[in-house]
Write a protein that binds this ligand. Structure first.
Ligand code: C2E
Ligand code: C2E
Length: 309
């Protein structure tokens, strides 16, 4: 009986796994111990020292319990344990992966990865020790990694305050909190009209209007996923709605832009007719260099095809 096999002091080669991760295959060797649930895996692993512990994940509702199990194992059993999660049916959000990593997981095998890839990942973490600090307070960790409990339109001040607060959260990765996006509608469309087409769905996705632009904050969205997110959020193709788009993703850039957004709306401007508000950027004094948006670098090439400085 797997469950009664005592773990030796040196359990380096032992794999304690939820049965599903082997997709119905029997134990791969005498080192494998299969269990019918993640909870059974977790309780067995409470006696392990440097075994590999493999959980499965079928539904995003299991994330919290999984985080609890991983956190408790890592805190109680130390850095020698090798903890893995195999996604069986669901795609974890980036923010969910981050939570599991913060709780002490060594590796997450994504949904859709074949058995061979799973086994390679398993091999790759052998001999590893987990080097990062796992905070003792799981509730604080869960709370700080949850998105803001706000969604959709916020007035400018509230928007700036929420984004600034999120960007200042030191438990979130540096320069990885999300994207601040400024979108200028095509001339035929007023910003307020563009706003009615904007339907944020996720908690933590915020939008506001300032001057002639829509500002969106997309929580824990990565730069290369921006188009995917915008496609979900706007009913119509966003390149037909907007003529210009600026994106900030580094903490300091976002904070600096937020500061500027607030600063550029002094009380006096608020009662001005909209035409004047639209002209606002032209009448402001030139901004210090760090406020400017980074431009993509275009390398020119010489005749040998070697980039020139
Ligand atoms: P996907 O739908 O292809 O989205 C890819 C990435 O685009 C997401 O990665 C996220 O960074 C960004 N993204 C897409 N829609 C939104 C949005 O409405 N708001 C924000 N802030 N970002 C968005 P992520 O988060 O790692 O998610 C990976 C995949 O997990 C998604 O790929 C999707 O297949 C699945 N997923 C995540 N959350 C949900 C959900 O609430 N419902 C469903 N059905 N699938 C989800
Ligand atoms: P929510 O975060 O408010 O997202 C609401 C709906 O937006 C989702 O409904 C889904 O239709 C859509 N959505 C949000 N992000 C994405 C994305 O990246 N890709 C795609 N394809 N769709 C996205 P759904 O799927 O019925 O989920 C309902 C709620 O369940 C979500 O509300 C969220 O609270 C939770 N949820 C679903 N999937 C995930 C996930 O992968 N991770 C986490 N943490 N929560 C999830």
């Amino acid at each position: 009986d797997d469950q009664n096999t005592p773990l030796s002091l040196n359990d380096e080669a032992v794999c304690i796994a939820e049965r599903q991760v082997l997709e119905g295959a029997p134990p791969l060797s005498s080192h494998w111990q299969l269990f019918d649930s993640n909870d059974m895996v977790a309780s067995r692993a409470q006696q392990a020292d440097s075994a590999t512990v493999i959980f499965c994940l079928n539904h995003n509702e299991e994330i919290r319990t999984l985080a609890q199990n991983i956190h408790s194992l890592r805190r109680a059993r130390g850095a020698g344990l090798k903890i893995m999660v195999r996604e069986m049916q669901t795609s974890l959000r980036y923010s969910d992966e981050r939570l599991l990593l913060a709780c002490g997981v060594n590796a997450i095998v994504p949904f859709g990865a074949p058995m061979s890839r799973f086994l390679t990942t398993l091999e790759s973490i052998q001999g590893q020790r987990y080097n990062r600090h796992v905070p003792a307070n799981l509730d604080a960790l869960l709370q700080s990694l949850q998105p803001l409990q706000q969604k959709g339109f916020l007035p400018l001040d509230a928007f700036c305050q929420s984004v600034a607060q999120l960007v200042s959260n030191t438990l979130l990765p540096e320069n990885g909190k999300g994207l601040l996006v400024a979108l200028r509608p095509v001339p035929e469309l007023k910003p307020e009209q563009a706003l009615t087409l904007c339907k944020p769905r996720r908690y933590g996705d915020l939008v506001t209007v300032r001057g002639d632009r829509l500002y969106l904050f997309l929580s824990s969205c990565r730069y290369n996923d921006l188009d995917t997110a915008l496609k979900f959020i706007f009913r119509l193709p966003h390149d037909e709605l907007f003529s210009n788009r600026l994106v900030w993703f580094e903490d300091l850039q976002i904070l600096s832009e937020i500061r500027q957004m607030k600063a550029l709306v002094p009380e006096a401007w608020k009662d001005m007719p909209p035409e004047i508000n639209v002209a606002l950027p032209e009448v402001t004094p030139p901004q210090p260099i760090e406020h400017q948006t980074p431009q993509p670098i275009v390398l020119s090439f010489n005749q040998q095809g070697v980039p020139r400085e």
